[in-house]
Write a protein that binds this ligand. Structure first.
Ligand code: HEC
Length: 137
C-alpha cells in the first residue's frame, strides 16, 4: 500500500514536471516573438572597432548632408545630441526622415542591418563630443 501511494505521488510529480516544461517552453517562445519586434543590435555598440567601421561608412554615405563627424550641413547636426536614443537612431536611419523640403532617404534598402547598427554606434559615440555650437564659443 505504501509502495503504491508513493508510486502515484511520483507520477503526479513527473506530470507536474512535464507541464512545467511545456509552460516554460511557451514563455520562451513568447519572449522570442517580443524580441523580434524591438530592434536589437547584433554586437556591442560601444566596441571601438564597430564605431570605427561606422565612422568609415558615415564618411561615405552621410557626410554629404550631415557634415564632417555629424557637425551639420544640409541637415542639422547629429553630434553632441544626447536626445538621440539607440532605437530612434536605428529606426530613423532605416526609414529616413523629412524636415520640410529636406529629405533623408530610406537606408534600409541600400544598407544591411549590421551596417545601420554600425552607424548607430558611430552617432552614439558622437554624443560625447561637444555640440558644434559649443565649439565656436
Ligand atoms: C540627402 C541628404 C542626407 C543624407 C545623405 C543623410 N541624411 Fe540624415 N537627415 C537628412 C535630413 C534632411 C534629415 C531631417 C532633418 C533633421 O532632422 O535635421 C536627417 C535626419 C537624420 C537623423 C535624425 C536627426 C534628428 O534630429 O531627428 C539622423 C540620426 C540621421 N539623419 C542620420 C543619417 C545617417 C547615419 C546617414 C548616412 C547613412 C544620413 N543621415 C544621410 C538628410 C540626409
Amino acid at each position: 500500500m505504501a509502495y503504491r501511494s508513493s508510486e502515484r505521488a511520483h507520477s503526479l510529480l513527473s506530470r507536474a514536471g512535464f507541464f512545467g516544461v511545456v509552460f516554460a517552453g511557451c514563455l520562451s517562445a513568447m519572449a522570442a516573438v517580443a524580441e523580434e519586434s524591438s530592434p536589437t543590435p547584433p554586437f556591442n555598440l560601444t566596441d571601438p572597432q564597430i564605431i570605427d567601421e561606422g565612422r568609415v561608412q558615415f564618411a561615405q554615405t552621410c557626410v554629404y548632408c550631415h557634415g564632417n563627424a555629424g557637425s551639420g550641413g544640409k541637415a542639422g547636426p547629429i553630434s553632441g545630441r544626447t536626445d538621440l536614443t539607440q532605437d530612434y537612431l536605428f529606426t530613423t536611419i532605416s526609414n529616413g526622415k523629412r524636415a520640410g523640403s529636406l529629405v533623408m532617404p530610406t537606408w534600409k534598402d541600400s544598407l544591411d542591418e549590421p551596417t545601420i547598427w554600425k552607424l548607430v554606434a558611430y552617432v552614439l559615440s558622437l554624443q560625447a563630443k561637444p555640440a558644434p555650437e559649443a565649439k565656436t564659443q
